[in-house]
Design a binder for this molecule. Sequence first.
Ligand code: NAD
Length: 543
Amino acid sequence: MKEAICKIPEPVNESQLTYSPGSLERIELKDALEKARSVEKEIPMIIGGREVKTDKKIRIHPPHEIRHTIGYYYQGGKKEVQMAIDAARKAKENWLNTSWEERASIFLKAADLLSGPYRAKMNAATMLGQSKNAFQAEIDSACEMIDFFRFNAKFMEKIYAIQPNSVKGIWNRTDWRPLEGFVFALTPFNFTSIAGNLPTSPAMLGNTVVWKPSKSQIYSATVIMELLIEAGLPAGVINMIFVSGPDATEVILNDQDFAGIHFTGSTGVFQSIWKTIGQKIGTYKSYPRIVGETGGKDFVLVHPSADIKQVCTALIRGAFEYQGQKCSAASRAYIPDSLWENIRENLKINLDNLKMGPPEDFSNFINAVIDEASFDKLSGVIEKVRKDKNAEILFGGNCNKTNGYFIEPTVILTTDPHYYTMEEELFGPILTLYIYPSDKFDETMTLLNGTSKYALTGAVFTKDRNSIVRAMDKLRYAAGNFYINDKPTGAVVGQQPFGGSRGSGTNDKAGSMINLLRWLSPRSIKENFNPPADYTYPFLAQE
Ligand code: NAD
């Protein structure tokens, strides 16, 4: 539409369905799970709108059921990376000439499709492929992805409306250009919504994208692609390739049109990519935008005034939901000695009741960790703790990979506040506790702030107003998302823009205008309605 200043509908966060017994959504989801389990899905790459297969087929199985095959994907290499770059380049001009309202409408339609007919299919794919229970899949692959699409479209409208002042005779404008070149979206396994957001947010703004999902998320990534295609995304705007990380970076980071990377994943991988970009900076036509949300070592700090049940609920949900495989998962907690005995008892009661098993059985709170490498790493940590003198396994610690990669929710108690499980990201259902003297709350904040290189999320539990004020101040840089009397996970698009600093990322806040601005290169335009026709100025005149 040409003659209109369109308004994007005001976004409202997608309501979470409950999946309680007897609900329609539960019936639909069980149906979708059954359907997905009963076929072996063939998953090609999508490059330039075409399905691309190779002679290398890789089997996909649920992390919780190693012997059950749910599909195969076709593994590509450098050739397919180059094809994806070429397809992104080719699609650019048409996409640039598509009006922003038309682009927005594609993603708004995707949100509606996901809210309706795609919901059960997307959630079932996430449950099976990434071992999430129904609730964890619902808040991720349905609600958060829908929110990303709807809120980003609104933010786009708001950004375009940001225009400069003009004075008499002059009209100033800002042309919010997409970047020159293509964007590389490199996504993690743990959130289907992040996998959906990283390629689509730059694309919405007129960029074309090469998207490499994590190999452990390909099963739901393909549903994202199906959704976008059904919503009307033109060929070549987002090109999904299944290649190794090194193959992707080797080709992409050597291309002169590489305009930016939208990354979420581990800190080490991000730092190595940043380094390569630095080394190759002379290769590119523009300075590439580097946006990365990375690891965390997220804390819960308990004040002696805190409510014990609230603390324990936050620890259980914050540390163990989705098996602790959230960048925001609580993984270190500071407990005052005055509350310790009661907290210990309450944690035990809760942990004794937690059920672990496949997500198809809705009574399981805990499912499997993502793959064998993760299982081996986490069980190795638990074994090491068993041998160390300054730490002990308080609860859990059992690991079993006979049928799937199951690690029991595990609580470590340490006497060393710098014990390595207080410092390093483990990315699994492991929480380490440190007990501090109750009269040393302020000193403990100093300790916490200087422990670990990360600064993603953190929470303080307290009933004492003064301690809230002190924590907000002292821990100002310890977390990009700070929670008062709430667990440190579960940020909602449009409500708590998400991202951390220090070793946790560039803090460009996914699901906010701040993030979208990184995919734009504004052009300032000045139009003079009455250009001067004489070069002299009054001051040059004779006295
Ligand atoms: P990962 O770093 O292993 O993988 C992320 C992506 O990078 C994947 O697509 C992977 O294939 C690719 N990759 C891996 N090694 C590579 C290499 N050498 N070169 C190029 N690409 C490579 O991360 P993951 O295991 O998928 O996800 C877990 C990590 O992501 C955790 O550290 C977690 O904290 C982080 N994370 C952060 C946020 C956030 O918002 N801060 C959100 C989700 C996950």
